[in-house]
Design a protein around this ligand. Structure first.
Ligand SMILES: [Zn+2]
Ligand SMILES: [Zn+2]
Length: 252
């Protein structure tokens, strides 16, 4: 009897404590569950685990340079200097590493869509000091077969708040992607070959004369963006930009 009263009291106190915590901190960090003050935001510990990209970076493709390099106000990486980036501008919020992989993989493959809020916010932040004025935002399309298995296109989830931030339409219907087996662990040339010809512009009237911002979760070699850039330009796009949550940043 005493024990039962005692445990009920403990239960009550713990309920009150939980209620108070939820009241004061109604939101949890999407990665570790710690209490945070803004819904969908990362806690400080998780935030600092990421390698966020800031200046100095390549002015065109956003490749991060070592922090101690002074390269002037509009530095270019060797790839962009050699004309290797066909897009007008690319930005990524962070480097692809253990921390970003741990956020992206469950988001992409395990239905963990609540990660999209902080990811898209970081992408909007990564675009803050560019003067882009896109007419439409297009998430990199998934082949229908993948979409069917996954139930959602992770790039669309990221793109929606970005389109809202620019106050422009989100377009998920103007590009069709053919199914091709996975590109995993291929080199740049093989990736470029694998992606060649998979995209078709289905509504050229929506593309001609438009400045287009492409959105994806990860940039590996840039082959996907390059191929999209090729078909979009052929359809009359006047500018093509890209933004991703993270990017592979190999030493150059
Ligand atoms: Zn956390
Ligand atoms: Zn560059």
């Amino acid at each position: 009897m005493v024990n039962s009263k005692h445990s009920r009291a403990i239960q009550l106190i713990s309920n009150i404590a939980r209620f108070s915590v939820n009241f004061l901190f109604p939101s949890a960090c999407p990665l570790c569950g710690a209490a945070v003050s803004v819904d969908g935001e990362l806690c400080a510990d998780c935030w600092t685990a990421f390698n966020w990209i800031s200046r100095p970076m390549c002015d065109k493709c956003g490749y991060p340079f070592p922090a101690n390099l002074d390269l002037g106000s509009h530095p270019l990486c060797p790839n962009c200097m050699a004309g290797g980036c066909a897009l007008d501008l690319i930005r990524s919020a962070c480097v692809y590493d253990d921390a970003s992989r741990a956020a992206v993989l469950p988001f992409k493959h395990a239905g963990r869509i609540k990660n999209s809020a902080f990811m898209s916010r970081a992408m909007i932040w990564a675009l803050r000091d560019t003067d882009l004025s896109p007419d439409i935002v297009i998430p990199v399309p998934l082949a229908w077969r993948r979409m069917f298995h996954r139930g959602y296109n992770q790039a669309t989830l990221l793109a929606r708040p970005i389109a809202r931030a620019y106050g422009v339409p989100l377009d998920t219907a103007s590009i069709h992607r053919k199914y091709r087996p996975d590109m995993g662990h291929k080199n740049a040339a093989q990736r470029a070959e694998n992606i060649h010809g998979v995209f078709t512009i289905t509504r050229p009237d929506k593309i001609a004369g438009r400045r287009i911002l492409l959105v994806d979760d990860v940039m590996t070699t840039g082959a996907t963006f390059s191929e999209l850039n090729r078909v979009l330009r052929r359809a009359g796009a006047t500018a093509v930009y890209g933004v991703t949550f993270c990017r592979v940043a190999r030493a150059i």
